[in-house]
Design a protein around this ligand. Structure first.
Ligand code: PNS
Length: 161
């Protein structure tokens, strides 16, 4: 039987409980999920790619069938290089839709073999984004409901708290 492999790409600066929710639910659909951190996505990231990979590896350890990697260049080229056929993206509110629709359409035009599968974020994480979490953490707010404990610790360290 053909293995169903999906790539879950993103900036993951940092990984949040919303991302983990999508990952866990995605594992019911796919045999293997490759979390792929884009090296050129965020212009001014808080965490280096290596720090992000380390944080992701910490929180997914114990989850079978998950691989953590990074990529440069076009996502569809990376997807092809790992012999995957699917891209997973989480959809939060309507505001995500236009950007995601555009990205999925471009990717599909570049490679008609690859489909983007959208998963609706669980209601608890509808409003969670890496950007807002960074802002809350920077201003001294508590982010323990939004990120795993190890990520919360890293955020505190980053902001010298
Ligand atoms: O978590 P993000 O920042 O919303 O993820 C965006 C990401 C990394 C998936 C997107 O920027 C991307 O795929 N970058 C790689 C470059 C690429 O393939 N661009 C063409 C598709 S628009």
């Amino acid at each position: 039987m053909v293995e169903r492999v999906a790539v879950y790409p993103g900036s993951f600066d940092p990984i949040t409980n919303g991302h983990l929710d999508i990952l866990q639910r995605g594992l019911r659909l796919f045999d293997k999920i490759i979390i792929a951190v884009a090296r050129n996505a965020e212009k001014r990231p808080l965490f280096t790619v290596e720090e992000r990979l380390e944080m992701i590896r910490e929180v997914v350890q114990g989850l079978e069938n998950v691989i953590v990697d990074s990529f440069d260049g076009l996502l569809v080229d990376y997807v092809r290089s790992v012999a995957a056929m699917f891209i997973i993206r989480g959809l939060r509110a309507m505001s995500d839709f236009e950007y995601e629709f555009q990205m999925a359409s471009v990717n599909r035009t570049l490679n008609g073999q690859v489909d983007t599968i959208f998963m609706m974020t669980s209601k608890d994480y509808f409003f969670v984004s890496s950007r807002t979490i960074k802002e809350v953490a920077e201003l001294g707010g508590c982010v323990e409901k939004f990120v795993p404990p190890s990520v919360e610790r890293r955020l505190r360290e980053k902001f010298g708290r």
